[in-house]
Design a binder for this molecule. Structure first.
Ligand code: ZN
Length: 179
């Protein structure tokens, strides 16, 4: 059985380090719930997410990827660290295409089309509203992580054929791990 955090309960972790949920873990398909409490548990959870991401050399991580269905995402790209809590897309412009990977799909990369520039509003770890204007790969990372908070995965941006191939590969792997 999978455990997810819902409602207004604060996020709790056991301090053993966060485990990354791998597709097809059902928590990855669930829309996350908004964060309502900005307390020390939230900030220590974000610290743990950051450690888990750095350990795997990720550039972005969303809370559902560690089994916590809350609207929290982090991005660490070119030495800039972003914390996006309850993010909202305000504007988008242009188009870019580039390789994308995901910690929940180890070793899988595919070209994904995204807007070239976005404006996003999000709360920070203290609950303060912030607006970010980002472009290029940073915009791609923002959108990828924000998708996670809606239960949407990067493979859903691919053609049916390509998506089918990746799904098959991931399911085969999951069965292999259970044996
Ligand atoms: Zn991802």
């Amino acid at each position: 059985m999978k455990e997810t955090t819902k409602g207004t309960t604060a996020v709790k972790t056991n301090g053993e380090g966060l485990k990354i949920r791998i597709y097809p873990d059902p928590v990855l398909k669930m829309p996350a719930t908004p964060v309502e409490r900005f307390d020390s548990e939230l900030s220590s959870f974000i610290d743990e997410m950051r450690r888990a991401m750095a350990l795997r050399e990720g550039v972005g991580l969303a809370a559902p990827q560690v089994g916590v269905s809350k609207k929290i995402a982090i991005i660490d790209y070119h030495d800039v660290f972003y914390v996006l809590i309850n993010p909202r897309l305000l504007e988008q412009e242009g188009e870019q295409e580039g390789e994308e990977g995901c910690l929940s799909f180890p070793g899988i990369y595919a070209a994904v089309k995204r807007p070239a520039r976005v404006q996003v509003s999000a709360q920070d770890v203290t609950g303060v509203d912030r607006v970010y204007d980002v472009e290029g790969f940073t915009a791609r990372a923002f959108l990828h992580e924000m998708d996670h908070l809606e239960g949407k995965l990067f493979i859903e941006h691919l053609s049916t054929l390509k998506r089918g191939m990746i799904r098959k590969k991931m399911r085969k792997r999951a069965i292999g791990e259970d044996n």
